[in-house]
Design a protein around this ligand. Sequence first.
Ligand code: HAM
Length: 428
Amino acid sequence: MKFKSIKGTKDILPDESYRWQFVEQTIRSVMHAFNYREIRTPVFEETALFARGIGELTDIVGKEMYTFLDRSGSSLTLKPEMTAAVMRSFIQNNLGEQQPLVKVYYIAPMFRQERPQAGRLRQFHQFGAEAIGASHPYIDAEIIVLSAEIYKALGIKNFEIKINSVGCEQCRPSYKDKLTKHLQSVYDKLSEESRKRFGQNPLRILDSKDENDRALTNDAPLMKDHLCEECSSHFSQLRSILTSLNIEYQIDGRIVRGLDYYTKTAYEIVSNDLGSQDALTGGGRYDLLVKELDGKQTPSVGFAAGIERALMAMEKQNLFSGEQFSPKIFIAAADSAGKDWAITQAMTFRQSGISCEIDFLERSLKSQMREADRQKAEFVIIIGENELRNGHVSVKNMKTGNQTIVMIKDLVNHFQYQEGKDEPGKKD
Ligand code: HAM
């Protein structure tokens, strides 16, 4: 039997990992520019954390979590998202007592048992940020701008920011009644999925992708038009801050998000380049979550974004940023004396921070040269008994084809100068 990777999971192969490294480095540098520091939490948590945090009636908790009993009978879940896990860590480690506003980011794998398709995996990767401890819409704006800046830094152009307000515990219940009444009149014509949502979370019918559902809910009341004074003022302040920051956005009253913890701001960044799974980013404010998880009420806002989807958008826009890794030096040995020297010299280069490869497959000099070329080594050192006797080697620059003679004892220095982009011999 041949083993295969699990459905909905993907290998990141050596030929593509440089693109992931580029994306991750870019994310880190933008996050640091905004003064967010990294948090890493375990891959699994107690199941109840997600059930309570995300909401029992959500799709994630109801049908998508990878939940299992460990050998001692505890119910554990591979994290389907980071927000609940970060809040657990925030509460457990008293992070709020060390500073009034905690700004953290993450890059991590997530797990959801969804039906795999383009842009939808069962193990996928998110980057995201959470700002825990501030209620002013300035910080909602910062989160939205931060996510957009990352796409800009990656070179992604075709994306749209859609914002909404999903209200709070004051204004949402009465709005929900209005919506339910409205939906009753079209209930029989709704899709099966939406009919199921009717009794559980009717707001989610608004973000149904089904064309017919959308037409039927065209004139449904929207939360943004039924906000209490506080939510309404928060939403209008957010809009004017975004405008003052020259951020283009659209108001989309249908954005409700698939997780239960949101209050006030909810937003998504979408791209037409992604097909049906068009959401690059999802996020918003969740002022009640920390309390829900038995901490002190702490106003918070954040976002998360799929790395695979960012890479898909980059591919679609022909952005192949980042550089494939290749060794600086390949030592090609002409004979067995050369091979003995090569393995020791390679270690010396590596310990000096200069990447170096040698031949392990007993190939001819000619095929070692071909291999060096295939691996895109910058330089090839040719070594054999003659060179060893004379104390110098020939160094071939693989880009220009130029060959120089370098004393063996000077080799490390020679390449360290190269590293500093100074030509050897030209230093005073
Ligand atoms: P979410 O909307 O569930 O929000 O996920 C955020 C992003 O993760 C999506 O926009 C998408 O790019 C990516 N994503 C989600 N599921 C998959 C999948 N199966 N395959 C590939 N990519 C996927 C959250 O997770 C919230 N925790 C966001 C948040 C943070 N809200 C506040 N803070």
